[in-house]
Write a protein that binds this ligand. Structure first.
Ligand code: ADP
Ligand code: MG
Length: 255
């Protein structure tokens, strides 16, 4: 199967005043993959995502999404992408069903709120307020809002930051389900274990430059080929495995 490019970035730069946060990056995202932008805080991940999302002005370079040139038709890009909204924008008086109906109206889309909530495992929270959800549930709801316009691509900026291990694994399952339904996912994370498990391909970005881009497997093989060895023998499990075993994998009400 040959990969079809759905996002194409060439020589992208972004300056904030004199400071160049993104220093000429180029990469392609393939249709139907989970693509990870990895890197430490301040690397330029959010800036890059927000430019593609049409929410931030680039300084130079080109961005094409599903064949649409960002400079010519940002409005047409907006129609085919799903972006996590700032949670502060969730009207506190409304429950989840009402919020989805409201967002559907904003997108001019007819949505079935219960069906959508079901797809992120929140049907039983249909009447709950956003503020009363757990961290994991908030993230799942916010991912549901990215799906309202039935997008080709969704953008998730650090979707698992601050979540406990169960909620994090839960979200990985959800993100995979979304990908398996044919939606391309581009996400940022600074958790390498997460990227290794979840992402089909990753770009490692540091100080505004892409320093590596490949499948996690190939990146690891390349490192091993240089003669790299882990300093101590790796155990068959890690502390997170212990934690998950002891506390249970099962989807918890509040995960
Ligand atoms: P990341 O998401 O990888 O943590 P960001 O894209 O948020 O990185 O930020 C990249 C760099 O640009 C950081 O040094 C950050 O401080 C700077 N930056 C981000 N937004 C602005 C802004 N609006 N004005 C000035 N500098 C900014
Ligand atoms: Mg960021």
């Amino acid at each position: 199967m040959t990969a079809t490019t759905i996002i194409s970035i060439r020589d992208l730069t972004k300056k904030y005043g004199d400071f160049e946060a993104v220093k000429g990056i180029s990469f392609d995202v393939f249709e139907g993959e989970i693509f990870g932008l990895l890197g430490p805080n301040g690397a330029g991940k959010s800036t890059t995502l927000e430019i593609i999302e049409t929410l931030r002005q680039k300084t130079s370079g080109s961005v094409t999404v599903n064949g649409i040139d960002l400079d010519k038709h940002p409005d047409r890009i907006k129609e085919i992408i799903g972006v996590q909204l700032q949670t502060s924008g969730y009207y506190p008086g409304l429950n989840l069903t009402e919020l989805i109906a409201l967002f559907g109206g904003l997108y001019n889309r007819r949505v079935n709120p219960l069906e959508l909530l079901d797809s992120v495992n929140l049907r039983d929270k249909a009447k709950a307020k956003f503020k009363d959800l757990s961290g994991g549930q908030k993230q799942r709801f916010s991912i549901a809002t990215t799906l309202i316009n039935d997008p080709r691509i969704i953008f998730l900026d650090e979707p698992t930051t601050g979540l406990d291990p169960q909620a994090r694994r839960n979200l990985w399952d959800l993100i995979r389900q979304i990908r398996d339904r044919g939606t391309t996912v581009i996400l940022t994370t600074h958790y390498m274990d997460e990227a290794e498990i979840l992402c089909d391909r990753v770009a490692i970005i540091d100080a505004g430059r892409i320093i590596a881009l490949d499948t996690p497997d190939k990146l690891i093989d390349k490192l091993v080929d240089t003669g790299f060895e882990r300093p101590k023998e790796v155990k068959q499990a890690n502390l997170e495995d212990v934690f998950i075993q002891l506390t249970g994998h099962a989807l918890r009400a509040d995960a």
